[in-house]
Write a protein that binds this ligand. Structure first.
Ligand code: ADP
Length: 233
């Protein structure tokens, strides 16, 4: 059997604020295979964001080990972490973080500049991804001419244009109404089921988590539940 995509063992993350130590993630172990659709849930303050930062190589473990695509992430330098993050992980956040006066095709192509991809190829791949998220007819629109749901679709296309090993979404529907939230979660599901993209969504909303096929729940910095099964959505 091939190695899991994610293999985290006994992960701890402790913040220090002045003299006070705050253990935000306490001894979490988790393995995720390529192609899974995972939701991470839990009440506010339970450690979800901290854990997502560890998964996304945005922050480092205080102790424990983290394997991602066979790399020993906990041993990488900050520079190596940044490189891994830029090349292998696609991020989607609550705020869409698009450049307003730039066409959406250029917004999506942006990450490819850092990978040294040539302009024509960047445009081609960006257009292909925009087509995939249902915006193939809007390539020349500026992002501030789009609705919130369309902007989040652009953000998803930008996250995937580098063909990352995982799409990591942090409260991706937090700024969207319920109908648009349903569309975005439906898009994640399609990308997961049809394109085999591994999706990890962090959310405090049960109806958003319901789109995932596996649910892990955090409480007080610990992973307290890990459940697979048909979703309700
Ligand atoms: P959630 O995403 O589930 O709301 P967080 O991971 O943001 O939870 O927070 C977990 C705990 O860690 C909380 O007690 C929070 O106050 C604390 N925490 C999070 N980030 C920091 C930080 N940068 N510095 C100090 N404490 C933090």
């Amino acid at each position: 059997m091939s190695a899991p995509l994610i293999d985290i063992r006994e992960a701890w993350k402790t913040y220090q604020v002045g003299e006070v130590l705050i253990p935000a993630v306490r001894g979490v172990s988790l393995t995720v295979s390529a192609g899974e659709f995972l939701a991470i849930t839990g009440p506010s303050g339970s450690g979800k964001s901290t854990f997502m930062h560890l998964l996304g190589c945005l922050d480092r473990l205080s102790s424990g080990s983290y394997g991602f695509e066979g790399r020993r992430v906990h041993e990488l330098s900050r520079r190596e972490l940044a490189r891994l993050r830029n090349q292998r992980i696609g991020f989607v956040f609550q705020s869409f973080n698009l450049l307003a006066r730039t066409t959406i095709v250029d917004n999506v192509a942006l990450p490819l500049i850092y990978q040294g991809v040539r302009r024509a190829e960047r445009r081609r791949r960006a257009a292909e991804m925009l087509e995939r998220v249902g915006l193939g007819d809007r390539l020349r629109h500026h992002s501030n001419q789009l609705s919130g749901g369309q902007q989040q679709r652009v953000a998803v296309a930008r996250a995937l244009v580098t063909r990352p090993g995982m799409l990591l979404a942090d409260e991706p529907t937090g700024n969207l109404d319920s109908k648009t939230s349903t569309e975005i979660m439906g898009l994640f599901r399609t990308l997961n089921e049809q394109d085999g993209i591994t999706v990890v969504v962090v959310t405090h909303e049960a109806d958003i988590a319901a789109y995932a096929r596996r649910h892990v729940a955090f409480r007080d910095g610990q992973l307290v539940q890990d459940r697979s099964g048909a979703s309700a959505a």
